[in-house]
Write a protein that binds this ligand. Structure first.
Ligand code: MTE
Length: 315
């Protein structure tokens, strides 16, 4: 059974990670020039220089090709292959994020400046989708708490609401008569969840800036929650005192709730959540199945956020 690995300083000894870290160090020297290209609006990925974080698991990484070709990003279509195939026209840079609502210092922040201001960390996290598949992804990013503290949330702010960009001209899933979801895609966290050190704003994966299909140029990663909480291509973050609705909860409140903590003991109405299919791994009967862990294996870090709460009622 995979388990959360305690803080570490040295790079992982695991071969795939070593290979990728080595490649990243090499690419690191070209990072500045590559960043300039990205800044000019090119869709191509640029190398990121990052420091190792203690918040890392040493599970076997999901291959890059699976991480970037098996996606949920309905703004580009409903099929898992659509985001990679149909996101070529999306322009992730330049990019700004507005932080507003119950804060002392609202503002619109330039992403490239934020990426210089906050140290970029590399963190390998498990990702468990509510559809009962999972991956292990090496992200680059900075803590959500770093950005929130810049805006100085008021004591009365209890929740954080997020919004994805709306650009029908660049996002084919937002165009036409048939709309799969209401736009913008929205999400929310309680403020203590948002300030938890595991809550990451990812700007890259596998050592390079985020591919469009994974939520370029900045998306949320909250590894103890189902993947749909990881809202992509964020343009706005609002501090509020009311529990914000999220897109899947609005679409189907019987099946999706606000918390969406990974929980093998609470089944989805239409399928079991006890096990998961690890994408990119093959077993005797196809992709190998793993037991799903409470809070996706991050219980030691986050279970205390929910002390005394009925996790069946607050699904
Ligand atoms: N964010 C937006 N804006 N639109 C989406 O359709 N899908 C969510 C989440 N974030 C989604 C989104 C779902 S259901 C999952 S499982 C993850 O993104 C998938 O992330 P990945 O494609 O990088 O694996």
């Amino acid at each position: 059974m995979p388990s959360y690995r305690p803080p570490k300083i040295a790079s992982s000894e695991i071969t795939p990670r070593q290979v990728y870290m080595g490649r990243r160090e090499f690419l690191g020297t070209a990072a500045l020039g590559a960043m300039a290209l990205y800044g000019a609006g090119k869709a191509s990925a640029a190398a990121l220089t990052a420091v190792e974080s203690k918040y890392t698991v040493d599970d076997k990484l999901t291959p890059l090709k699976d991480v970037t070709s098996y996606n949920n990003f309905y703004e580009f279509g409903l099929d898992k292959a659509d985001p990679a195939a149909l996101s070529g026209d999306f322009k992730p840079m330049p990019w700004t994020i507005k932080v507003d609502g119950m804060v002392n210092k609202p503002g619109t922040f330039d992403l490239e400046a934020l990426m210089k201001e906050f140290p970029i960390e590399s963190r390998t996290y498990r990702m468990r989708c509510v559809e009962a598949w999972s991956m292990v992804i090496p992200w680059e990013g900075f803590p959500l708490a770093s950005l929130l503290s810049k805006a100085e949330p008021l004591g009365s702010a209890k929740y954080v609401a997020f919004e994805t960009v709306v650009r029908p001209e660049e996002m084919p899933g937002q165009k036409g008569i048939f709309q799969s979801l209401e736009w913008p895609y929205v999400e929310g966290l309680r403020i203590d969840e948002a300030n938890h050190p595991l809550a990451l704003l990812a700007v890259g994966l596998y050592g390079e800036t985020l591919p469009n299909q994974n939520g370029a140029p900045i998306r949320l990663v909250v590894p103890w929650k189902y993947g749909f909480k990881g809202i992509k291509s964020i343009v706005r973050i609002t501090l509020t005192d009311k529990e914000p609705k999220n897109t899947w909860q609005v679409t189907n409140p019987q099946e999706y709730g606000f918390y969406a903590n990974v929980n093998p003991a609470v089944d989805h109405p239409r399928w079991s959540q006890a096990t998961e299919r690890r994408i990119g791994e093959s077993g005797f009967f196809g992709a190998s199945r793993h037991p799903t862990l409470p809070f996706n294996g991050y219980a030691d870090e986050v279970a205390s956020l929910y002390t005394g709460m009925d996790l069946k009622a607050n699904f």
